[in-house]
Design a protein around this ligand. Structure first.
Ligand code: IVH
Length: 670
């Protein structure tokens, strides 16, 4: 074969193997026998081995898993990967339906889908080629797991059309593959996975893609990133059909419902038959079908208002309460934990469960020695539901909270209006350790490799006393610690070093200032730009920020007024930890121009710009793009077929532009 013939043959083999693979793995209707498939694959592999320049990134041969990686890169999501708010009963669903109808002003249709119990992934395609796949991470930044995702046969490496899109879905491990994997692990003396979700997540977090390739994973895609209407669809249901046509696998059990009664019937059906599926589901996702209605509803900071996840009731089991242990948290709250006779519940063995606080123990009348009912709240955190009074023998012992801190012995206080008992000694070792654990956690400084066990060791060995000490750690003393080898020490030090460059909001959140959660930390970083500027702000100045209230303002000034805190902050600075915000601060936002400080709503179909481009450009000029029209809206941009939002804008007498006016105004920046 000459070069041209060879190239043509490779193209042909690529095409055939893609088609046969799709028929086999996605449509479940093989077109050829396994032997024929294998023969073509062998031929392709032989040519590729001889001519590595003919290995295309989307070659079907890439499914076997390439070279192992040194680590995962980070991926900044073009649209945040949000989560869903939950419904636990019929009431919650009816309430959701009421809110939806009220906001939209008419009856809506819903799409009900199975909530696959796996992990969310984002898949990016350029010109129809799969170029990057990532995990959810903290929603804003995930990990690049492209090499592992390429091994999954239900993820097309090339699409039926040369589209540039991002799709989202759930990666999972079928029940049968999970069972087989655990048998194999057991035989080879490895720890079995607790459930298929952990097995799927564990497989995709391996640096060697050959492991993922050997694990029969699959993906159901459930949405197009951002607003699906960008790709010419007007409804979620038709965009799912479109995803099927492009070569993806969507879950076929979805159903369109035109009333909440139908939604409830769908949920009842799947509550009864979920165990018959060959993959695990943990609930039902209910989504408003029309994109126009979705837009009208918009988002909260965490989740879309147009969807809700109904969670199946938690499995409950019975066991014995052997004792109650006390632990002291980051803020000094003393929490009682139940020590249980180990019992299997919702996919894992549980030996400890939360008892929340003293009042709850009294209210439920839980006694040591009781037979108790256990479940996992939100399917994750084990909790004691209630004792079974009929099974008491009379030997059970009621529990009283101690008067003193179990860690440092200082007197516990009950702050007015709170149920919790608190240790208020700032030097209490338990609190100091918890503060470090919070500082390194994923949504804060994101230092991997330090968990509770390592913090315990670091603290007990007097290597780390406060968070700034993390930046003084060196190799030798770390090697002395239990279960710390060269590799883990080196990874740990690299992770600590990398965290120095984090943007300010990560650190602000990590400091664990009372009432300053992730959202407030970001607002403060955006507003002040540097830690020094924030520290100078008094309560009055803080209260000029629209989203900051009394509680946060006071907590901040108290915090920065503390000499010990100042010392830690000085040290962090001296060790080279970044104390500035990396995004654009509010002061840097344009104050002039057509969009400065303006709230803009985009509606209808845009044809010159994509919705995302329009949004980005408006934001770059200091505007905000919102999903719904209200009195606060300054400009509504109405594309083709604009509906209820345009009507509302007219009703409220808001400036309405067509797309050309928008483009013209955006052009004014130059
Ligand atoms: S829609 C804005 N549909 O459930 C989020 N999610 O909190 C849109 N999940 O981790 C998600 N099956 O990965 C959607 N059919 C489905 C789903 C589904 C599973 C997961 C999702 C996320 C969680 C929702």
């Amino acid at each position: 074969m000459d070069r041209i013939e060879l190239e043509q043959r490779v193209q042909q083999l690529n095409d055939l193997l893609h088609e046969y693979g799709h028929a086999y793995y996605v449509r479940d209707t093989p077109l050829v026998s396994d032997a024929v498939y294998d023969q073509y694959m062998q031929e392709l592999l032989a040519i590729e081995t001889e001519h590595p320049d003919l290995v295309y990134p989307d070659s079907p041969s890439q499914r076997v898993g390439g070279e192992a990686l040194a680590g995962f890169g980070k991926v900044v999501h073009a649209f945040p990967m949000l989560s869903l708010s939950n419904a636990f009963n019929e009431n919650d669903l009816r309430e959701f339906d009421r809110r939806v109808q009220e906001a939209v002003g008419h009856n809506v249709s819903y799409i009900c889908e199975l909530k696959i119990d796996g992990l969310a992934v984002s898949l990016r395609y350029e010109d129809g080629k799969f170029v990057q796949g990532s995990t959810r991470g903290d929603g804003a930044v995930g990990e690049d797991i492209t090499a592992n995702l390429k091994t999954i046969h239900t993820i097309p490496l090339r699409l039926k059309e040369p589209l540039t899109i991002e799709v989202r879905g759930e990666a999972y491990m079928p029940k049968k593959s999970f069972a087989q994997l655990n048998v194999a692990r057991d035989e080879s003396g490895e720890e079995p996975f607790a459930n298929p979700r952990n097995a799927a997540a564990g497989s995709l977090r391996q640096l060697d893609p050959k492991i993922a390739a050997s694990r029969s994973l699959a993906v159901f895609v459930y949405s197009i990133g951002g607003d699906g209407s960008v790709y010419g669809q007007d409804r979620h249901s038709s965009s799912l059909d479109n995803l099927d046509a492009l070569g993806f696998e969507t879950n076929k059990e979805r159903q369109r419902c035109t009333s909440i009664e139908e939604v409830i019937a769908y949920i009842e059906k799947w509550t009864a038959s979920r165990l018959d599926l060959n993959y695990e589901i943990d609930g039902i996702v209910v989504k408003v079908d029309h994109f126009e209605d979705q837009e009208q509803l918009g988002f909260t900071a965490r989740s879309p208002k147009w969807a809700i996840a109904y969670k199946f009731p938690a499995e409950e089991v019975v066991t014995k309460l052997l004792g109650i242990e006390l632990s002291v948290g980051r803020t000094g709250v003393v929490t009682p934990t139940a020590i249980l006779e180990p019992v299997h519940v919702a996919g894992s063995t549980v030996g400890r469960a939360s008892l929340h606080n003293e009042d709850l123990i009294k209210e439920k009348d839980v006694r040591i020695g009781d037979t108790v009912i256990i479940r996992k709240a939100g399917d994750i955190i084990p909790e004691v539901v209630a004792p079974i009074i009929e099974q008491r023998t009379g030997d059970e012992v009621p529990f009283d909270m101690p008067k003193n801190c179990p860690e440092c012995d200082s007197e516990l206080v009950r702050i007015e209006g709170e149920v919790a008992l608190r240790c208020v000694n700032p030097q209490c070792p338990a609190q100091m350790k918890e503060a470090i654990i919070h500082f390194v956690s994923r949504n804060a400084m994101n230092i991997e490799g330090i968990g509770e066990r390592v913090v315990d060791q670091l603290y007990n060995a007097e290597l780390v006393h406060d968070v700034s000490d993390l930046y003084t750690l060196t190799k030798e003393p770390l090697l002395e610690l239990e279960r710390m080898g060269e590799k883990s020490v080196s990874n740990l030090l690299t992770a600590i070093e990398a965290s120095k460059t984090n943007s300010l909001e990560k650190m602000l959140f990590g400091l664990g200032i009372r009432h300053v959660g992730e959202k407030a930390a970001t607002i403060l970083a955006e507003e002040f730009g540097t830690l020094a500027a924030l520290m100078e702000a008094d309560v009055e100045r803080l209260l000029t920020i629209h989203e900051i209230g009394d509680k946060v303002a006071e907590s901040l000034t108290t915090y920065f007024g503390n000499e010990d805190v100042l010392e830690v902050l000085r040290k962090l600075e001296a060790y080279g930890v970044n104390l500035t915000y990396k995004g654009r601060t509010r002061q840097e936002m344009p104050t002039e121009g057509p969009f400065a400080g303006k709230i803009v709503v985009l509606t209808g179909k845009l044809s010159i710009l994509t919705r995302n481009e329009a949004k980005e450009q408006i934001e770059a000029l200091g505007g905000k793009v919102s999903g719904s029209v209200s009195k606060k809206t300054d400009i509504v941009v109405a594309g083709e077929d604009a509906g209820s939002k345009l009507a509302k804008a007219e009703e409220l007498d808001i400036t309405v532009w067509d797309e050309e006016q928008l483009v013209e105004a955006l052009g004014e920046k130059e």
